[in-house]
Design a protein around this ligand. Structure first.
Ligand code: ADP
Length: 485
């Protein structure tokens, strides 16, 4: 099959969150299964062409935006048998030259421009595409362009698939934004097309809605999340749109790239360990890793180590995380956090915790992106906290388990599909709490403190390392979807 993914992130080079891991892990598995797979991403200014050995393929093409033509250049690189297409956009407004991927005033025009450029590349490439797989709102305009413009220009696409990694982010824009890339924006101001469902913004368009309405199939990243969406939970106004798309909606749990996340060869760990070692060896090595990290961060030893890795946003449960950290530290545990907030009020709460607890050598707070640190944390900890308000899939709990760290999760979305409470029938691979409130979360933490005293924790640590969360099963589900009529 000829498969093409278009996305803004691709691990490990271009990563903010889980979507990067998914695009990389899924495409690599599809290539491993023998398919011809391309991933198209922007060539961001923060990527150094020399460092990543990019080859200029001498392919150039132009894209029209706001009635001007802009040059684009194609760089190719094979990564894990996937043909990665980096598009360098020589746009007069220096789109994609910034330090970060998201968070700029011109996000909408930048992402619309990239979507159009990616499709123009495919048009020039002249290959028939079996599955054009789009990721999130940033490239949700692609199925609209394919159906309403490029089909007549002979872009041959058998099926378009949109994966929504998070309904919270939707891309609201004005009709003129679509005019700028060659569509007639006003035409799409209709309830069954792209009109924003919020009655206050009837003159606005919603890119994610467009992607859902125009794609042949829509997927979310776990079954429970898709069920929650159909019950109009966490839909952020797109409840009716998703209900109408029910017949083409499917939830497929993300896999984990087990080569990228492998404690037996992770160079960031003080000592490597593998699921095939004995329970006592695994625990001995994990304790060495724990001591090394605690020494490095100047934290007290011989106490249960809890960690949190992720964006400090409401979705991740920051409201109940803050009191839980205080509870853990007062009860005699230690804690490490790696993640940052966009919201200054949320950040100030965590700044205060840092100030209060770091000097007493009980905790460490790192407010930045730092993959080396997170890898050490996964390989050294006893428990990872994932108290999300909602969670489309969640990768941190999957990575943690692969590194023998026990997840404490709230029963929602992909957390519900990957972690089953040790006291309930089933997989028994973590501690799960149901209601989103501080008391329930603290009860779950109390259970973790109890477990830490028991021999059982050592068996559990090895057991969770052995669970197969690889892409194999999920990648096959996507392939079935690509070929299903
Ligand atoms: P998200 O909603 O952000 O996509 P996921 O749990 O699906 O959350 O994926 C988060 C991914 O990003 C994981 O690979 C995790 O290790 C990584 N990550 C999150 N925060 C940080 C950080 N501050 N530094 C390094 N990696 C991080």
């Amino acid at each position: 099959m000829e498969i093409v993914h278009i996305a803004l992130e691709l691990a490990p080079l271009i990563k903010v969150g889980g979507m990067a891991d998914v695009v990389h892990g899924l495409s690599a598995e599809q290539a491993r299964l023998g398919h011809s797979v391309k991933v198209i991403v922007p060539l961001y200014g923060f990527l150094n062409k020399k460092d990543i050995d990019l080859i200029d393929s001498n392919e150039k093409f132009v894209v029209n935006e706001k009635n001007s033509w802009h040059n684009n250049q194609v760089f190719r690189k094979k990564i894990d048998d996937v043909e990665v297409i980096f598009i360098e956009m020589h746009h007069s407004e220096k789109y994609f030259s910034q330090k970060n991927i998201y968070g700029y005033n011109n996000d909408i025009p930048r992402f619309l421009y990239f979507s159009r450029a990616a499709l123009e590349f495919l048009l020039n490439d002249k290959k028939e595409i079996d599955a054009l797989h789009l990721h999130d709102w940033h490239v949700s305009i692609c199925p609209v362009i394919v159906k309403d413009i490029l089909k007549t220009h002979h872009l041959r696409v058998k099926k378009t698939i949109l994966t929504v990694h998070n309904f919270h982010y939707q891309g609201k824009c004005a009709p003129i934004d679509l005019d700028n890339i060659g569509l007639n924006g006003n035409y799409y101001l209709k309830e069954d097309l792209l009109q924003d469902p919020d009655k206050k913004y009837t003159n606005s368009l919603n890119l994610l809605k467009g992607g859902i309405n125009y794609s042949d199939a829509v997927t979310t990243v776990s079954e429970t999340y898709s069920e929650e969406l159909l019950q109009n939970m966490h839909t952020y106004g797109l409840g009716d749109t998703i209900k109408q798309a029910q017949s083409k909606l499917i939830g497929i749990l993300n896999g984990l790239d087990i080569n990228q996340w492998d404690p037996s060869n992770d160079s960031r760990l003080s000592m490597n360990f593998s699921k095939d070692q004995s329970i006592s060896d695994i625990n001995k090595i994990k304790t060495e890793n724990k001591d090394a990290l605690l020494n490095e961060l100047n934290i007290q030893k011989n106490k249960p180590l809890f960690i949190f890795i992720g964006r400090l946003v409401k979705q991740k449960g920051v409201e109940i995380l803050e009191p839980a950290i205080k509870y853990i530290l007062n009860k005699g545990g230690v804690f490490i956090l790696c993640g940052s907030a966009i919201d200054s009020e949320i950040q100030s709460h965590f700044d205060k915790l840092k100030e209060k607890y770091e000097s007493s050598r009980k905790a460490h707070f790192h407010f930045d992106y730092n993959e080396a640190l997170t890898r050490k944390m996964y390989g050294a900890s006893d428990f990872i906290l994932v108290p999300s308000l909602f969670e489309p899939c969640g990768l941190v709990q999957l990575i943690a388990m692969r590194y023998g760290t026990i997840p404490i999760v709230r029963k929602t979305g992909g957390l519900n599909d990957s972690v089953n409470d040790i006291k309930k029938p089933g997989l028994k691979n973590g501690i799960v709490f149901d209601k989103f409130n501080e008391a329930e979360f603290i009860k779950a933490i109390d259970r973790a403190f109890d477990l830490f005293q028991k021999k059982e924790i050592k068996d559990l640590s090895k057991k969770i390392m052995q669970i197969d969360f690889s892409w194999e099963i999920s990648a096959k589900k996507y392939l079935d979807l690509y070929t299903k009529n």
